[in-house]
Write a protein that binds this ligand. Structure first.
Ligand SMILES: Nc1ncnc2c1ncn2[C@@H]1O[C@H](COP(=O)(O)OP(=O)(O)O)[C@@H](O)[C@H]1O
Ligand SMILES: [Mg+2]
Length: 265
């Protein structure tokens, strides 16, 4: 479960660069909810995910993950509950380490590896099985350095790392936006499978309306630092891109600016 209650965040308050990024955003995800998040550029989507992850303290409001009020908990402690994947394929993995070493590190949640970890046969088998599921041929490359992989392969490995120890919450910030369409589709399919099989409570930001409609059981639209639309279940299933545009227009009072890239696909 994730509860975000009336959260505010202003960057550079009182200065000429003041940015009111979150202005009373509230939402509640139930266990296993898979919510896609859309909204125009600057709507506050990434700031919302960063606030939940504890990248900075929020000015007001409350954030609860499961049974824990994490509002004042520092990022490194919150990381125990959270799996994250960002847009940049270079960010989630350690390029100079092997795939197997990256996965082993994720299993230990970032703690240092023992020198003899690679002789752990059970772990090796588990990694192979997980990599087979990605269907990218990576099970033959367990000892390859991650830096040698393509962007899509790296994102897939990052996704594995983010979920290898079941997180209470999975946060995805346009994690397929930097990939070519075919690879993006593969990584999305893997995401969908992991989320559903693991019953993972998930927030997935996307700029692609079609993806926002295709995936998840909920759709949240942000505008001016607030969640202005939240549709779920059967209502979401029936939605089409045209309905989404109409909703967007109505909920934002006609002022939301829909970026062209949101209409692609
Ligand atoms: N770390 C930061 N410092 C200053 N301003 C920021 C920071 N992060 C985001 N902002 C500003 O907050 C607003 C919301 O940004 P963001 O959450 O990244 O939007 P989105 O992800 O919806 O495109 C924007 O005006 C952005 O420039
Ligand atoms: Mg963003």
């Amino acid at each position: 479960m994730l509860l975000v209650e009336n959260v505010y965040k202003t960057f550079f308050p009182g200065s000429p660069n003041e940015k009111k990024a979150l202005q009373g955003v509230s939402l509640r995800l139930e266990d296993g909810d898979f919510a896609t998040v859309i909204g125009s550029n600057g709507a506050g989507k990434s700031t919302l995910l960063n606030a939940v992850a504890g990248v900075f303290p929020v000015d007001r409001g409350r954030i609860v993950i499961g049974d824990t009020d994490v509002t004042r908990m520092p990022e490194h402690l919150r990381a125990r509950f959270i799996g994250r994947v960002f847009q940049d394929p270079m960010m989630g993995t350690a390029a100079g380490m092997q795939i197997a070493e990256n996965l082993a590190m994720a299993m230990r949640r970032g703690k240092r590896l023992g020198l003899r970890w690679s002789e752990n046969a059970a772990e090796y088998r588990k990694f192979r099985e997980l990599l087979v599921q990605l269907d990218l041929g990576l099970e033959e490359r367990l000892y390859s350095k991650v830096g040698l992989l393509s962007g899509g392969q790296r994102q897939a490995v990052t996704l594995l790392m983010a979920t290898i120890r079941r997180p209470e919450l999975l946060l995805l910030d346009e994690h397929t936006a930097a990939l070519d369409p075919k690879t993006a589709e593969k990584v999305l399919a893997i995401t969908d499978r992991f989320v559903r099989e693991g019953h993972l409570t998930t927030l997935m930001i996307t700029h692609n309306m079609r993806d926002a409609l295709r995936f998840g059981n909920r759709l949240i639209m942000m505008h001016n630092g607030r969640a202005i639309v939240d549709v779920r279940g059967e209502e979401k299933k029936k939605l089409q891109v045209a309905d989404l545009l109409a909703l967007f227009e109505k909920a934002s009072g006609g002022e939301a600016d829909i970026p062209d890239n949101m209409l692609l696909g």
